[in-house]
Design a protein around this ligand. Structure first.
Ligand code: ZN
Length: 308
């Protein structure tokens, strides 16, 4: 059994319109699902990914309108890295982000920056056999586009206490004292630690959890393995687009293991992913009340389509 790298990363936004603008227009990802929080249908859960909505490219946000900024700290993911193909791509992104008022920090092979709410992001020139997971944007040539996740970094003051759990229970392989790789048949991702600086304060611009990919038929077995290793996984929860379990790894980071299917075409066709509000079945009968109560959003694809 092998986990297939990162499935998705979920973070928090206090500004859904600004979030769509940054991830769908500036970064050029596709808004592949616009739905509501399964526990609170008055707020969004937004999903951005490649053109097909693939696991391995999907960053999602819970909306808490007007939420104050959080503070990344111990036991939290503090940086999300995507792959790009070349230094030329980093040049392009440095210029594009600068034009949007976002200053990046460039080093060889990478560009670090923050989203408008302070979430730590990074683009890394990556040589990998993994399929590039790319979204179409008229403003971003595909050879320069984001290609799916490279990995995430978390804060831990004692990363050693996670080592045996990551290696023995989850099949991560050590790459250094503080870095691991998890790789399956199709994809792999990196997971690293940095020393914690501040106490964690959840809020806008912070990561809520990172999910790792499991083939659907191995999901139950992963739950058992996590439990046997001493963690406390939730029961399997049906998220419609995938099934999930959640648990904290020993450094306190909230992990999820999610199935690689059925995926975002479970309730709408690939061609129109994310255009209509998707509601969980229990809320569908309240669509007329739910939809007008949500923050109005404009998808940059509408403006692009109108122009062409
Ligand atoms: Zn999740």
């Amino acid at each position: 059994m092998r986990l297939e790298g990162i499935h998705h990363v979920t973070a928090i936004t206090g500004d859904a319109p600004g979030n769509v603008d940054f991830y769908a227009r500036v970064l050029g990802l596709r808004l592949v699902k616009k739905t509501v929080n399964q526990d609170d249908p008055t707020v969004y859960h937004l999903f951005y990914a490649d053109e097909k909505g693939s696991a391995g490219s999907d960053i999602t946000f819970f909306e808490y309108p007007g939420a104050r900024r959080g503070q990344t700290g111990e036991g939290m993911v503090h940086r999300v890295a995507w792959r790009v193909a070349s230094e030329e791509a980093l040049d392009f992104w440095e210029t594009r982000l600068h034009a949007e008022g976002t200053e990046g920090s460039r080093a060889e092979g990478r560009l670090r920056f923050e989203d408008p709410e302070g979430l730590g992001l990074e683009l890394v020139v990556s040589e990998t056999p993994d399929e590039p997971l790319i979204a179409d944007s008229p403003e971003i040539p595909s050879k320069l586009a984001l290609q799916g996740f490279q990995g995430v970094r978390a804060y831990s003051s004692q990363p050693d206490r996670s080592r045996s759990f990551l290696e023995e229970a989850l099949g991560f392989e050590s790459r250094s004292d503080t870095a691991f790789e998890v790789r399956g048949q199709q994809r792999g991702s990196l997971y690293g630690y940095d020393a914690a600086n501040e106490p964690p304060v959840p809020g806008a611009g912070t990561v809520h959890h990172v999910a790792w990919s499991s083939p659907p038929d191995e999901h139950e077995a992963w739950r058992q393995r996590v439990q046997e290793a001493g963690a406390s996984p939730t029961p399997v929860i049906d998220r419609f687009y995938f099934k999930s379990i959640y648990f904290r790894e020993p450094s306190g980071v909230l992990f999820e293991i999610a199935t690689m299917g059925p995926g975002f075409t479970a309730d709408e066709p690939l061609e129109t992913l994310g255009e209509r509000l998707s509601l969980p079945p229990k809320y569908e009968q309240y669509r007329d009340q739910v939809e007008p109560a949500l923050t109005p959003l404009s998808n940059p694809r509408d403006a692009w389509a109108a122009r062409s």
